[in-house]
Write a protein that binds this ligand. Structure first.
Ligand code: NAI
Length: 216
């Protein structure tokens, strides 16, 4: 088994997908699966799956395959889904609301403890039982509650000021939906950027390429 620091980021990035597939197998009452069958369902190869799981010590048994609930729970442990990293969200607009309602309602290892917006009209509204607070209270809230992670759902134009403040009050990781490049200014924090448009542009390229090929 490799040390955690030796495991490549591409293996780590595949774990959520394994977790999701296993969750669905578990919900469908499937208790046991071979690496071959799991690979076929996921569009991977069995050796890729064995290689990925071997990074964590390997979970299967020769001749048995994998126990689905056990594997699901072990991958969940690796992804730390049972921890509750204290998280705040900035920007209670369309995206912020959707992220709160649709993502933070599921077990992810993150616990949303505060939502902030600069629009006074939104302050006091409840989203998933959490009050939207005025952004003016951000600094004091962070000092009192020590959140570790911030989700940024505000326009890039406002990001610099907010990010500088968040880093100053101890935020260590960002789930960033804006196009602002946090890592440029703050190379020491963790940043996971999410850009749905990038995914759509990739699909556009692939769709157009395949249409052009079929015309040739
Ligand atoms: P929205 O206009 O519905 O909400 C933005 C909210 O941020 C507003 O409530 C506004 O008052 C608040 N806000 C702005 N500056 C602030 C500040 N300094 N402090 C606290 N709150 C502040 O916009 P929406 O649709 O929710 O999008 C938010 C941002 O996310 C936009 O910049 C948009 O470009 C981006 N976006 C990114 C996506 C992605 O895939 N990464 C997808 C959709 C939107």
């Amino acid at each position: 088994m490799s040390g955690k620091e030796d495991i490549s980021i591409s293996v780590i990035k595949r774990l959520p997908r394994y977790y999701r597939f296993l969750q669905s197998l578990k919900e469908n009452g499937i208790v046991r699966i071979s690496s071959k069958e799991l690979a076929a369902r996921m569009g991977l190869t069995a050796s890729q799956i064995r290689h990925d799981f071997n990074c964590f010590g390997g979970f299967g048994q020769q001749g048995y395959g994998y126990n689905v609930p056990e594997l699901h729970s072990k991958i969940g442990e690796i992804l730390c889904v049972n921890t509750e990293i204290k998280t705040i969200l900035i920007g209670a607009g369309n995206l912020g609301k959707a992220v709160t309602n649709k993502i933070f309602s599921k077990k992810s290892g993150f616990k949303l403890i505060g939502i902030f917006d600069k629009n006074e009209a939104l302050c006091g509204n409840m989203i998933k039982g959490i009050p939207v607070r005025n952004i003016n209270y951000l600094e004091n809230f962070c000092i009192d509650n020590s959140p570790i992670c911030a989700v940024t759902c505000i326009p890039s134009t406002d990001m610099r000021e907010i990010t500088d403040l968040l880093v100053k009050v101890g935020i260590k990781s960002f789930w960033n939906f804006s196009t602002y490049d946090i890592a440029m200014e703050h190379p020491d924090v963790l940043v996971e950027n999410v850009h749905l448009t990038d995914s759509l542009l990739t699909l556009g390229y692939l769709t157009n390429t395949s249409l052009n090929e079929s015309e040739d």
